[in-house]
Design a protein around this ligand. Structure first.
Ligand code: FES
Length: 137
């Protein structure tokens, strides 16, 4: 599993997503309330750019008239036909047994573990001060 540095943490604040291509695969990395998740940006239904859809919550009902709205901002709705997937796992809420979006673990690593330092360039010391978002494929 190769590690890929995606962005400094400051460039991916909570509630945002970043689109990129890694090894020819379209990926989106999400910051959901300070947790990071990677998802293949291709809907398993008909191939839409899934991660361009809106982030919503999950409406569940155990009894008629009783609706519980959970996972606010953790479900992505495909912009083409509205299928819904869990950002954390890629699980479909339309047909969980047949459809799943490839999910990639993402996490934050200290800048010093991503880029070894300190460096010396023409007698100038370089220090890494910020952390980076990293995704694993
Ligand atoms: S392409 Fe995503 S729901 Fe149809």
């Amino acid at each position: 599993m190769a590690r890929h540095v995606i962005a400094p943490v400051d460039e991916l604040p909570p509630g945002t997503r970043k689109f990129l291509e890694i090894d020819g695969r379209p990926i989106a990395v999400f910051n959901i309330k300070g947790e990071y998740f990677g998802l293949m940006n291709r809907c398993p239904h008909q191939g839409a750019a899934l991660c361009e859809g809106p982030l919503i919550g999950l409406a569940q009902s155990s009894d008629p008239g009783e609706i519980e709205y959970t996972k606010l901002g953790e479900i992505i709705r495909c912009p083409w036909h509205g299928w819904e997937f869990d950002i954390r796992t890629g699980q479909s809420y339309c047909d969980p047994r047949r459809f799943r979006v490839k999910a990639y673990p993402a996490h934050v690593e200290p800048g010093t573990s991503v880029v070894k330092g300190p460096y010396v360039a023409e007698t100038v010391t370089v220090k890494v001060e910020s952390d980076y978002v990293v995704v694993e494929l």
